[in-house]
Design a protein around this ligand. Structure first.
Ligand code: NAD
Length: 448
């Protein structure tokens, strides 16, 4: 099939490359010319497992091309995907300006095409209920009698596993009201569901709500566990035990039960606020959603509170090694990263940061420049540090050389926001150790 993908960020590039991999001819459109140049050379710009290999493979096969020419892409494609940003607007709602602008431009382009062969516009961006209809109206307002349909196809891929998730999705959700579009979408997606995972066809509104409901449910699960962790800590229980025993119940499940320093990233924070706003607009109470947003903001500061208590409320001049900048492991994405909240607070309180992350340093430099220092590896971040803070649970942090760390650090203190280590390890290597939802290991515990 002939496909166009408009917006080649995390979702668009993965969509384009994976659709090319199954034999389609894909034209990817972006307005960022620097990125386009790098894509053409086989550099995916973002860090995502297997993406570079697949991009290069499909460039070699001439199945994928990159352009800033929207007209060329729309004219030469039968299915056009929108993978455009829907950032949080000033009032919390998803800002649809990119999506609606492109929809209008597409309508304009359709009005100039002589060959009126049917096209489908597929929205993959996360958008509030009713957007498919808005997009249809925008295109229609310019397109005259050009035959087209609009489909809502929310994306569920996880950064870090994006290629795997796209190639083998748990499910595909398609909001659709036309039989013709349904058949074409089915054909396009068949190679991805060969193992029997379902494609759910539904109305557009239900598809749009499904995406927000799924993300907000996961955000709620994390937040609930964070609250349980804080409670465990206060009453002397161990959240690890609670988590494992809770997760053994199939109705609950093992995933998304890990407590930490709050959820971040490019999706959960903006999506939950957008859903909250949509509830308000619909005059529906959003008590659970409101509480999740408020609790998550507080959770981002739990480690800072522990740090301040440990240093008697004064961290001026203290030097902190910070492991992990990306909002989660296996990605270079730092949007709404909890690590940034910690950096901001420590700088505000007069402390210093030496940061390390396996993939996210370049993106962090764009935000902090020389306000913080950057280390080449995890160990060298520890040089002369008064404490180590862990903000992202990259696997390479799990078994560090504690003895070398002790030779480098001024004080042997760890603030672990992701429970990467446990108390036994801290006791064995004689580190004061604070984590989430577990008793701290204090100086007096080490002297016993
Ligand atoms: P992104 O910011 O990484 O990428 C968006 C791309 O669109 C950028 O490359 C930008 O240059 C381009 N762009 C913006 N305006 C354009 C225009 N007028 N014409 C052409 N290109 C344009 O965003 P993303 O993370 O890929 O997210 C895209 C959408 O998918 C959002 O709605 C997001 O909520 C949703 N989503 C994201 C994820 C994720 O994990 N990142 C997962 C599921 C859904």
């Amino acid at each position: 099939m002939k496909i166009a993908v408009i917006g080649t960020g995390y979702v668009g590039l993965v969509t384009g490359v994976c659709l090319a991999e199954t034999g389609n001819r894909v034209i990817c459109v972006d307005k960022d010319n620097e990125k386009l140049e790098r894509f053409r050379k086989g550099d995916p710009v973002i860090y995502e497992k297997n993406l570079a290999e697949l991009l290069n493979h499909n460039l070699q096969k001439s199945r994928i091309e990159f352009t800033n020419d929207l007209k060329y892409a729309v004219e030469n494609s039968e299915i056009i995907f929108f993978c455009l940003p829907t950032p949080q607007g000033d009032d919390g709602a998803a800002d649809l300006k990119h999506v609606l602008e492109v929809a209008e431009q597409c309508g304009e382009i359709l009005s100039q095409i002589k060959d009126k062969t049917y096209k489908i516009f597929v929205n993959k961006s996360t958008v509030p209920v009713g957007t498919a209809e808005l997009v249809r109206q925008k295109i229609q307002s310019k397109a005259g009698d050009f035959p087209f349909d609009v489909v809502s196809n929310p994306e569920f891929l996880r950064e870090g596993f994006a290629v795997e998730d796209f190639m083998k999705p748990d499910r595909i959700v398609i909001g659709i009201s036309s039989e013709k579009a349904k058949e074409l979408m089915k054909t396009l997606y068949e190679p991805f569901v060969r193992s029997g995972n379902p494609i759910y066809f539904m109305d557009e509104k239900s598809a749009e709500v499904t995406k927000y409901a799924a993300n907000c449910f996961l955000a709620t699960k994390i937040t609930f566990m964070n609250e349980i962790a804080n409670y465990c800590e206060t009453v002397g229980a161990n959240v690890d035990m609670v988590r494992i025993a809770m997760g053994a119940d199939n109705r609950i499940g093992k995933r998304f039960l890990f407590p930490g320093i709050g959820f971040g990233g490019s999706c959960f924070p903006k999506d939950i606020k957008a859903l909250q706003k949509s509830f308000k607009e619909a005059n529906v109470e959003s008590n659970v959603i409101d509480a999740v947003i408020e609790t998550n903001e507080k959770q981002k500061l739990v480690l800072i509170n522990k740090i301040l208590k440990h240093f008697n409320q004064d961290i001026r001049g203290k030097r902190f090694a910070l492991w992990g900048l990306a909002f989660k492991p296996e990605t270079d994405d730092v949007r709404e990263a909890p690590a940034f909240k910690i950096i901001d607070k420590i700088l505000e309180l007069g402390g210093k940061i030496v940061a390390y992350d396996p993939e996210a340093i370049e993106n962090t430099k764009k935000v902090y420049g020389d306000k913080i220092e950057y280390a080449q590896d995890a160990l060298s971040a520890c040089k002369d540090a008064d404490a180590l803070i862990i903000a992202t649970e990259w696997n390479e942090f799990r078994t560090p050389d504690f003895e070398t760390m002790k030779n480098l650090m001024k004080e042997f203190v760890i603030f672990d926001g992701r429970n990467v280590f446990d108390n036994e390890k801290a006791l064995k290597h004689k580190f004061v150790y604070y984590s989430i939802g577990r008793k701290p290991v204090l100086k007096e515990d080490l002297e016993r």
